[in-house]
Design a protein around this ligand. Sequence first.
Ligand SMILES: Cc1cc2nc3c(=O)[nH]c(=O)nc-3n(C[C@H](O)[C@H](O)[C@H](O)COP(=O)(O)OP(=O)(O)OC[C@H]3O[C@@H](n4cnc5c(N)ncnc54)[C@H](O)[C@@H]3O)c2cc1C
Length: 425
Amino acid sequence: MSVNIQITNKPRIVIIGGGFAGIEIAKGFKGEEVQVILVDKNNYHTFQPLLYQVATAALEPDSIAYPLREMFKRQNNFIFRMTEVLKIKPETHLIETSIGEIEYDYLVIAVGSKTNFFGLEDLQRNAVPMKSIPQAMELRNLILENFEKALLTKDLEKRDSLMTFAVVGGGPTGVETAGALGELKMRVLPHDYPELDLNKMQIHIIDMEDRLLNTMSEAGSRSAEKFLKKFDVNSWLKTKVLSYDGEILALSNGKKLRAHTLIWAAGVTGAIIPGFREEVIGPGNRIRVDVYNKVVGYENIFAIGDIACMITEKNPRGHPMLAPVAIQQARCLVKNLKRLLRNKSMQPFAYWDMGVMTTVGRNHAVVDLNFIEFQGIFAWFVWLFVHLMALVGFRNKLVAFINWAWSYFSYDRGLRFIMRPLRNS
Ligand SMILES: Cc1cc2nc3c(=O)[nH]c(=O)nc-3n(C[C@H](O)[C@H](O)[C@H](O)COP(=O)(O)OP(=O)(O)OC[C@H]3O[C@@H](n4cnc5c(N)ncnc54)[C@H](O)[C@@H]3O)c2cc1C
């Protein structure tokens, strides 16, 4: 059964995934003589770099989400279907989705990545990942519920465990989350829970590498570690997580930590959709593409963003899984598909690496640009500005700005709600 979509005589470009890469591709064909079909399992785009702010009650979920239909309401050649793609059938130029099949002339796969638990089953069962808005909201609920429960228990060991948070992964997401938890500990929770001794709240960050932010400059790592220490965050470096049963966390250095909440920020892997030959799947479970983002061995299928693995001399395991890579690959592919449609040859993709930045907490960020590295309050303002401008839509920018300004001047987080969907009405 095929999905009900009008058939035209224009070339049909089907895009799977409305993330950074997918929306950029769809936008690039505005006004062109093609039919653009975007499919995503959600009806909104997620700005993942700020998920940790939703998890730590700094931003509302709808500040970092944007409805896909709203985004393209002025694009006449655009069609959206909310569905999960289950299989790709390259031989028949079809994708199989949960609502039926969709035919394509050109297929662009932009499905991003998913959380990687590296085969640790107990961690997959008991840790909380942070890859989507529902997961970030779940984490916010858990953090706040833990404090409500800590108030109720007379068992001191249990109380300490409820007030202990372990963050696994010392990359930008882990550091940002640990810093935000530290801010909650110092500035917000003592006012909400005066009956609890907040000195007992422990935050641990654990990483296998010998420094936090190991893909950034050494000065940046040092500065992040120093800043986290001020928030009483314990860093466990050169340390692996061996197991976690939901309460006891076993580390490779022999130490056992009692923590009721473990936040998993230790890595991602390609969100592969079945249907390709085995040799197409490259390092990191990503789809092997050539320099034009064309999936190896296929003429009319392309992959961009986190899911694409373009092996070059500089990037032997593919480009870093970052939003600028996804956006730049999408812009390059728009040009190349237009050239292809006009029977012209395609141009190879070249990544312009502007650098990376991460925030550690109020007034502190680390910025590593190509030509300069700096840390501290100025870096923090740069981080704020860049992230505010990158949010999609004026409303989202305005709401985020108001929330940040409110938190900055009042030292408050106004979004400390525990909200769960109603199961029985
Ligand atoms: C917590 C976190 C923090 C991050 N921080 C930063 C940062 O500070 N800076 C930075 O540059 N990058 C950051 N990243 C990485 C960045 O978000 C990704 O590199 C970027 O989102 C990749 O874009 P994409 O379009 O390839 O995939 P995504 O943005 O992940 O979009 C994929 C889309 O595909 C859809 N999808 C997936 N599978 C299916 C399916 N089978 N059927 C239908 N739809 C499907 C998903 O719903 C999603 O909308 C962060 C990521 C996370 C998780």
